[in-house]
Design a protein around this ligand. Structure first.
Ligand code: 13P
Ligand code: SF4
Length: 300
């Protein structure tokens, strides 16, 4: 039954000239039918380069918006429109405008985990894979980073810049406690602890490696170490284990589950391809300035 749906999805994707992109946190069945799985940066770059007429985005709303920003001539489908990101909703364009008005000269670096109207107010975007490079590319004494306070603090510690941060966070990463990490470190003393920069600073200080989801995949594959504690959303355990079947991966905490990242099912993807809906389309008045912010990041 599941295999039948997967076959129908792949056949329809081919017939309709569609590419299926999936974030590394998506459920295993979704990752298996995708043309490309990746972190936010890899997926944005792939979306900007595809020759396909339709992009089916298996992730959350801001990711489909980013694809629409980069590829206005393509149809971008998000199989479940209610797959959102609580962190992206922690900054609104109205609130950001007020903050910018207080210091119009200060560059604004916006994490891609944000809505298109917020990106439209931004100097340049960043992801968890390139925030340090992005900050270093700016020639300004002080920079505002939105919406993730944890990514901003991590980036500030890695650069010599003064960074003001917005008070947002990813609830899934922010709730990882030092006690939970300590428990896993005691249970697996030989394991390397990898943490995502969306975790709190006290967690990052306990980590052997701080990187994006694809950074973790690369490191686990290439490292001589055999076991790893994974400080990010639990969906990443599937591609980690698949890429390195002989190695051991332990979640830093079973609590790190993002419900929005689990909403899309195979049936949703199939329906999306049949009806070429639901579509995410960013209006031109937001898209043009947001495109500049995303383009500057990709060009870096
Ligand atoms: P990356 O895959 O870019 O590290 O992003 C993590 C994330 O929280 C996406 O929602
Ligand atoms: Fe948003 Fe966090 Fe879920 Fe990623 S894991 S979609 S940042 S709430």
């Amino acid at each position: 039954m599941t295999q039948d749906i997967k076959n129908r999805i792949r056949k329809l994707a081919k017939e309709k000239n569609a590419i299926i992109l999936a974030h590394n946190y998506q459920p295993p069945d979704i990752q298996e039918i995708a043309d490309l799985c990746g972190d936010s940066l890899e997926l944005s770059i792939r979306a900007s380069k595809t020759g396909a007429g339709t992009i089916v985005f298996c992730g959350v709303h801001f990711m489909a918006e980013t694809a629409s920003i980069l590829c206005p001539e393509k149809k971008v489908l998000l199989p479940r429109l209610d797959a959102g990101c609580p962190m992206a909703d922690m900054v609104t364009a109205g609130a950001l405008k007020e903050r910018i008005a207080q210091n119009p000269e200060m560059p604004v670096v916006t994490y891609v985990n944000s809505t298109a109207d917020v990106k439209a107010l931004t100097t340049i975007c960043c992801t968890s894979a390139n925030s340090v490079n992005v900050i270093n590319s700016l020639d300004a004494p002080e920079i505002l980073m939105v919406p993730d306070r944890n990514l901003a603090r991590y980036t500030a510690a890695k650069t010599s810049r003064t960074i003001q941060h917005w008070d947002g966070c990813c609830p899934i990463h922010d709730r990882l406690s030092p006690e939970a990490v300590l428990k896993q470190k005691q249970a697996h003393p030989e394991a390397i602890f990898m943490a995502h920069p969306e975790c709190r600073m006290e967690i990052l200080e306990m980590a052997d490696l701080v990187t994006s989801t694809s950074g973790m995949l690369r490191h686990a594959r290439e490292s001589d170490h055999q076991s790893f504690i994974v400080g990010t959303e639990v969906g990443l355990l599937y591609p980690l284990q698949k890429a390195s079947p002989q190695k051991r991966f332990y979640p830093a905490s079973e609590d790190m589950l993002c419900p929005d990242m689990k909403k899309i099912t195979l049936e949703d993807v199939l329906n999306s391809l049949i009806h070429l809906a639901p579509e995410v389309k960013v209006p031109e008045h937001f898209r043009v300035p947001a495109f500049e912010a995303v383009r500057r990041m990709i060009e870096l």
